[in-house]
Ligand binder design. Structure first.
Ligand SMILES: *[C@@H]1O[C@H](CO)[C@@H](O)[C@H](O)[C@H]1NC(C)=O
Ligand SMILES: *[C@@H]1O[C@H](CO)[C@@H](O)[C@H](O)[C@H]1NC(C)=O
Ligand SMILES: *[C@@H]1O[C@H](CO)[C@@H](O)[C@H](O)[C@H]1NC(C)=O
Ligand SMILES: *[C@@H]1O[C@H](CO)[C@@H](O)[C@H](O)[C@H]1NC(C)=O
Ligand SMILES: *[C@@H]1O[C@H](CO)[C@@H](O)[C@H](O)[C@H]1NC(C)=O
Length: 453
């Protein structure tokens, strides 16, 4: 251990004592730039057994936990790489042996007096030294995430510039090039986080309800001892992020090459990364597994079960009974679309896909139901924020997909619009067959709601 520390100290290049590079300096393969507080290092590395060289950022105490890579798609074939900062404030990665530029940063502005710094958050930034606002960066690596979501990093959109910050998996543990999996923000309707494989949605961590992402299903008002999640939505930006409660704690969320997001926390006592949470916990996470107007729940054998929402029947009973659920369910009784429709309340739910939803912060639940009943294509509503007794309104139109039922204690209330006769008969038995793995809603908490005039 002591040797390692000594070695780390010896490797600090004279050029970068304060974690900075100026246009007259460079970082060579074998040298590292240490962040201002010492937590992170930037340098050249080869992942696993690969011989290729990459410029990356890792933890000072855990050099194989790489959090960011510059030249993901353009590996260096030898160790003659050089990182320089141009007079205009652009970081360039050169291969000295062939005198070619392999990677460069980008900025829409030119700096008078540029300096590049590795901050103690793990963010590599380029700044104008004369700039008085410390957060006004010409360029920052946090705007171009790789597979790791670090505290203070934003996953989502700068709506002013159109910058989309998303996570993308590595191709493999030995190839940091972008793999097939992405975690990104969809801001159509109520913004939601999606896990994608190429253009296909695999799972939906989903929208934010003031306490947690609806797909995570649990969260408490009590501060989490390690991290605090945040979801910011205003006219300038929409993003998901998190911060750490302790300055001396380290946590990272990694989208691995198999498409699983894992949150690691550094445990000093053990000097190792622990894995407290894995998203994509069960097969009901699989996007729209049950098709429209049905809900997924996990039975005792940890297998998914689909059930039509009350007042809905399988679109194709034959397929449904064989376990082909993707066609989902259809309404048994058409909506009256005037007086008489009402809502059935489901508790403990993951809200449906919000990409075609409408939302408003200041509409109460009562007004929300009224708005829904006033529009023939509205199919469901819910509170936007579930803290402090609930506030705001989300409305869904047409198909409802990717609804999930959480075990007791999780999820939130969802109001599904049905015709009056369905509310009256909502206690009648549903089509179901346990022998074929088709569940009924016997165990779900639902209550009838008054029709609103
Ligand atoms: C790594 O960073 C941590 C946090 O800043 C610091 O306490 C520790 O001394 C550093 N270790 C090394 C080897 O520099
Ligand atoms: C780049 O390559 C040239 C020619 O081989 C060599 O003289 C020079 O020292 C190299 N520069 C660095 C910074 O290694
Ligand atoms: C650099 O930024 C400009 C606009 O700021 C953009 O048009 C251009 O495509 C970017 N280039 C790269 C390589 O990202
Ligand atoms: C930046 O500040 C330095 C020292 O304060 C000054 O000499 C220099 O002219 C300034 N550069 C620009 C572009 O304002
Ligand atoms: C119902 O809502 C949809 C979606 O917001 C909208 O396009 C449509 O115009 C609304 N219809 C009425 C009658 O308000």
């Amino acid at each position: 251990m002591c040797l390692f520390f000594l070695f780390s100290l010896l490797r600090i290049p004279a050029a970068s004592a304060l974690g900075t590079i100026t246009p007259s300096q460079y970082i060579r393969d074998g040298e590292t730039l240490v962040s201002v507080g010492g937590s992170y290092e930037l340098g050249f590395f080869s992942p696993g057994k690969s011989k290729s060289r990459y410029l990356g950022i890792w933890y000072n105490f855990s050099t194989d936990a790489v959090v960011w890579v510059a030249n993901r798609e353009t590996p260096l074939g030898d160790s003659s790489g050089l990182l320089k900062l141009t007079e205009q404030g652009v970081l360039v990665l050169l291969l000295n042996s062939s005198n070619s530029i392999v990677w460069s940063s980008n900025s829409s502005r030119i700096a008078g007096n540029p300096v590049s710094q590795l901050l103690d958050s793990g963010n590599l930034v380029v700044q104008d030294e004369n700039e008085t606002n410390p957060d006004d960066f010409l360029w920052q690596s946090f705007d171009y995430p790789c597979h790791t979501h670090l505290p203070k990093m934003k996953i989502g959109w700068d709506l002013v510039t159109g910058l989309d910050r998303y996570l993308s998996s590595w191709k493999s543990t030995e190839d940091p090039a972008p793999g097939e999996f992405l975690i990104r923000m969809d801001y159509r309707g109520l913004p939601q986080l999606l896990l994608m494989k190429g253009a296909k949605i695999l799972a939906r961590p989903g929208s934010w309800n003031g306490l947690y992402l609806t797909g995570i299903g649990y969260g408490s008002r009590e501060p989490n001892p390690i991290s605090a999640y945040e979801f910011v939505l205003n006219k300038d930006e929409v993003y998901f992020g998190y911060s750490l409660r302790s300055m001396s704690a380290f946590s990272r969320i990694v989208l691995n090459p198999l498409g699983v997001a894992e949150q690691f926390t550094w445990v000093y006592q053990k000097q190792s990364w622990e894995l407290p949470a894995t998203f994509l916990a069960d097969r009901c996470e699989s996007y729209a597994l049950c098709g429209p107007f049905s809900s997924c729940s996990i039975n005792n054998f940890n297998t998914p079960m689909c059930a039509c929402l009350k007042g809905f029947v399988p679109k194709s009973s034959k397929d449904w009974n064989l376990g082909y659920w993707s066609d989902g369910c259809v309404r048994r009784t058409p909506l009256a679309c005037s007086d008489g429709d009402g809502f059935i309340k489901y508790s403990g739910m993951k809200l449906p896909d919000t990409s075609t939803s409408w939302f408003d912060k200041s509409t109460s639940l009562k007004e929300c139901k009224g708005l829904c009943l006033g529009n023939c294509s509205c199919t469901a509503c819910a509170n936007l924020d579930i803290t402090e007794g609930g506030s705001g309104c989300v409305l869904w139109f047409d198909n409802l997909v990717d609804i999930k039922e959480f075990p007791p204690g999780g999820g939130q209330d969802l109001y599904i619009r049905v015709a009056a006769s369905e509310r009256a008969t909502s206690n009648s038995p549903q089509l179901c067959s346990f022998s074929r793995g088709i569940a009924c809603w016997n165990d779900i908490v639902y209550t009838e709601e008054e029709t609103q005039k």
